[in-house]
Design a protein around this ligand. Sequence first.
Ligand code: RIB
Length: 305
Amino acid sequence: MICVVGSINTDLVIEVEKIPRPGETIAGKSLAHYPGGKGANQAVAAARLGAQVAMFGVLGSDQSGDDLRAGLLRNNVDVQGVERAEDIPSGLAVISVAKSSENAITVVAGANALVNRQFIDRHIKQLSRCDIVLLQLEIPLDTIDYLLHLLPSDRPLVILDPAPAQDISHLPLDRIDVLTPNENELELLTGSCDIEVGSRLLISRGVKNVICTAGADGAYLTNANAHTHFPALSVTPIDATAAGDAFNGALAWALQTRSLSDAIPYACAAGALAATKKGAQPSLPVLGEIEKMLKNKGQGTHRAK
Ligand code: RIB
């Protein structure tokens, strides 16, 4: 069982020619609503591949809370750990997606802010018993810190996607089995724009494995033994929203039965496929799409550096 502790949002997505600069007003081309939130996206990403997934988060008692909960259920995500709060709206993200496929995201946490220490106390039994705990940073950082201290030291396996990027140096980094920053996040966490240097710094601070996603350059796995490159799968991206979430959800799914090196190509394929479709959860691939892509591109091999 994979347990995801994290955010659940409605995404308001505006298609634009380019991301506006500060002070600039531009015309949006279209407006759409999608289910999103980094936590919920990663839960759905793993469930679409066939994993048993339980989501832990907080929604408001509003219509979007009802819709987001129903969406998780439709994707076979267990929602017994999704609480409903009164007098606070469900999480909301306003996303501009440019023609280049880049995006700019503003999140109003709403009920996601209530994923706090008391919430963890109510669910720690189940979280401690699962195989993999998948975390992101769209809930309070204090909650992540508290949870990492409470989890047993040997299991579950902990994957932390440090997005949106923030300083995690005070967290018990030795309780993180796999940290999955992108290049920008890695630079923010370590001050280094060199993937190998930054990743090795995090390993020296206690993280067991770092997988840095590097867009068109693929991904790099670093641990005490090696620094290994995994090539990207080339696609024509139209919307990068949730590509990182697809990567993390697929990684968690694949790690249930595979080594890290064997799991990463699946995660790379999931991330690439998600960038070829609009929206967060609507873009998350099913297993057949990933297998087809890996077969066609001959991926699955990697070179050690
Ligand atoms: O990672 C993409 C997600 O970030 C979006 O779905 C949005 O809700 C924000 O949380």
